[in-house]
Design a protein around this ligand. Structure first.
Ligand code: IPE
Ligand code: IPE
Ligand code: MG
Length: 261
């Protein structure tokens, strides 16, 4: 069993460009409401922004982009909205998989997707298989994902994989069974739409991520807005528990532009 990197066990390398960006894409409904449009219009525009964001992240050298599309709590929404979101997911998978593939992007879906039905499950399988060897960036869509669901399924699988082990499990062991075990922990976490909460997103992996909240609604979040978030990230001092003085001695862990020069 391979060992997995954990920011609480080892100190990760800090680069000026975040290697992994995770985003809660929030504000589609309010964007539509401001324009007296149905919520569906906001979600449609939201999908277009996803396309733009994928391009922008590849261009900036981001290795992993993770987008929260549907939370395990979003089933609480009106049935028509849930079904419309499923429809959009189907359309996006049908239309975008080839394009992602042509651009060398690997697509992964994380979350409990069985309840979405056969059609979505088949499309996901096909798109993941098609793009599995691509290396320019990994795009992860979290669908019917919840951080607590992920921790529970990881724990379950950990126990199943080690029937003889009665205790003494390590962080690396658990992390190896999380849905996103293939990716490093996010360096930068962005939430659009003004709320300042995690809403049950990546609970384990956000332990040492830098947080960036913006009032900009997701359908308005463009490449310039992304650059603002990255610029804010570059001003942070990522200490991982150490003191500033220690960082100075070690050559600094600020992901600043200065260090690029
Ligand atoms: C985010 O936008 C998209 C999903 C949760 C699917 P919202 O639909 O939550 O938009 P607001 O928060 O109502 O504006
Ligand atoms: C979080 O947005 C989930 C997604 C963006 C998919 P919500 O709009 O559902 O979050 P809450 O309900 O405001 O916390
Ligand atoms: Mg919302």
């Amino acid at each position: 069993m391979p060992s997995f990197f954990s920011s609480t066990r080892d100190i990760p390398q800090v680069n000026p460009v975040p290697r992994h960006i995770a985003i809660i894409m929030d504000g589609n409904g309010r964007w539509a409401k401001q324009r007296m449009l149905p919520r569906a219009a906001g979600h449609k525009r939201g999908v277009e922004i996803v396309r733009e964001m994928v391009k922008a992240c590849v261009a900036r050298g981001v290795d992993y982009l993770t987008l929260f599309a549907f939370s395990s709590e979003n089933w609480r929404r009106p049935a028509e909205e849930v079904s419309m979101l499923k429809q959009l997911f189907i359309m996006a998978l049908e239309r975008e998989a080839e394009k992602l593939h042509r651009n060398g992007i690997r697509l992964r879906i994380v979350g409990d997707i069985a309840p979405f039905g056969d059609k979505i499950n088949e499309l996901v399988e096909r798109a993941e298989r098609l793009t599995q060897s691509n290396t320019s960036m990994t795009l992860t869509i979290a669908a019917n994902y919840g951080g607590r669901w992920d921790l529970l399924q990881a724990m379950q699988r950990l126990i199943e994989a080690n029937p003889q082990q009665r205790g003494g499990f390590t962080e690396e062991q658990l992390a190896g069974h999380l849905a996103m075990a293939y990716a490093p922990e996010p360096d930068l976490f962005i939430r659009t739409g003004g709320e300042q909460r995690i809403s049950n997103f990546l609970l384990w992996q956000l332990a040492y991520s830098e947080f960036y909240f913006t009032d900009t609604l997701w359908p308005d979040f463009d490449a310039a807005a992304l650059d603002k978030a990255i610029a804010s990230y570059q001003q942070r001092e990522r200490r991982f528990g150490r003191t500033s003085e220690q960082l100075e001695l070690a050559g600094g862990a600020r992901a600043s532009k200065k260090e690029l020069a």
